[in-house]
Design a protein around this ligand. Structure first.
Ligand code: TXA
Ligand code: MG
Length: 348
């Protein structure tokens, strides 16, 4: 796979590939996507194939600007009020990490939407992504550029590691600022908005415009296949504790970790002064590596580093990843909890 600088020449090369029905890795503010022209069925099929993604899992259409929305989404069924709400939302948060699931127009191929009557659309807040889409002159589909079910890439090198020679190239836009995928909300005429996936746009922000937003309950029929339990999984066995390390006594900590003969990566929310690492080194007779998720004590930093940290733990000699209980407050917390829970499910 070729790694292209996001220069005008790099963008032109990438557009040449896209026009030849070859998918290209593309940075966005959330994670790297694997882009293909949305209306080129051969290119879209190549995206599914490179990712080894089942055709029942639909793709997100990415726009260069919100003005392209009505070319792919059919807003005719919405009432004036619903339409106004949608317009305000789009104006407020696009470009940004929000994907809207809306009634689709016939021009969007069934392969993109897995035969659903809806299409997922977003406008990424990343100059390289938007530059690429603009130069191509039509929207692109872009699922996260990882093998289906695995951790999403947040750097160009991750895309190379994931997809190797199955893909011709990737535009290197540096590390993704947000680090978790977009928030997905379904909005259909006459129905309350439903959150399908927590993500880079906090729920509080959505509620400012939409009021109450229903969350699709566990056990419901899967409407966003990103809700599949086994997703975002590292190769290494992973468990999540319900308590933080600080909440555990030395005795309990010792009991939980001391039996480990192989190295363990212990992911903690933050360890700004290194006190947690020192405590674990002193109290636990096993090779436990304390890895802070956040470098500054913020959720923004946790989200930014989450997938890269899982990848690093996977690449290390650790045979087990343990994540301490994280606070459950606001902002990006629900998105991070969602990814961690899925990453550990079925692998305890
Ligand atoms: O941040 C993101 O959204 C990234 C970047 C690359 O833009 N993309 C991304 O795509 O996360 P992907 O394919 O990994 O996840 C898209 C999710 C899937 O879970 C899919 O099932 C859901 O969106 N989805 C797509 N179309 C849908 C639809 N019509 N109805 C419900 N869910 C849909
Ligand atoms: Mg994905």
């Amino acid at each position: 796979m070729r790694v292209l600088s996001p220069t005008p020449a790099g963008l032109r090369t990438a557009v040449g590939w896209l026009n030849a029905s070859q998918p290209v890795g593309m940075p966005t503010e959330t994670v790297y996507g694997l882009a293909a022209p949305y209306d080129d069925v051969r290119a879209v099929a190549a995206v599914y194939e490179a990712k080894r993604r089942p055709h029942f899992d639909p793709l997100i259409v990415h726009l260069a600007s919100s003005s392209g929305l009505e070319a792919v989404a059919d807003l005719s069924g919405f009432s004036d009020t619903e339409r106004r709400t949608l317009e305000v939302l789009v104006q407020d948060v696009w470009p940004g990490p929000l994907t809207l699931v809306l009634p689709k127009r016939a021009v969007v191929p069934d392969l993109v939407t897995s035969g659903h009557a809806t299409v997922a659309v977003r406008c990424p807040d990343h100059a390289v992504a938007r530059g690429l889409i603009e130069l191509l002159g039509r929207p692109v589909v872009a699922p996260s550029a990882n093998v289906f079910g695995r951790v999403s890439p947040t750097a160009a090198s991750h895309v190379v590691d994931e997809l190797g020679d199955c893909v011709v190239g990737v535009l290197d836009g540096g590390p993704c600022p947000v680090g978790v995928e977009s928030t997905i909300v379904q909005m259909l005429p006459g129905a309350a908005p439903v959150l399908l996936r927590p993500g880079g746009l906090p729920l509080e922000r959505l509620r400012e415009t939409l009021g109450e937003v229903a969350t699709s309950m566990a056990g419901d029929r899967i409407i966003a296949p990103g809700q599949l339990a086994h997703h975002y999984a590292p190769a290494t066995a992973m468990v999540c504790w319900s308590e933080s390390v600080a909440e555990l006594s030395d005795a309990v900590l010792e009991e939980r970790l001391a039996g480990q003969r192989e190295p363990v990566a212990l992911l903690v929310f933050a360890d700004l002064d290194g006190a947690l690492a020192r405590r674990v080194a002193r109290r636990v007779a096993a090779d436990v590596r304390v890895v802070p998720l956040s470098l500054d004590g913020s959720w923004v930093s946790v989200a930014h580093r989450l997938f890269a940290t899982l990848r690093e733990a996977d690449a290390s000699d650790c045979t087990r990843i343990v994540v301490e209980g994280l606070p459950r407050d606001h902002g990006l917390a629900p998105a991070v909890h969602d990814r961690i829970t899925r990453a550990s499910r079925g692998r305890l």
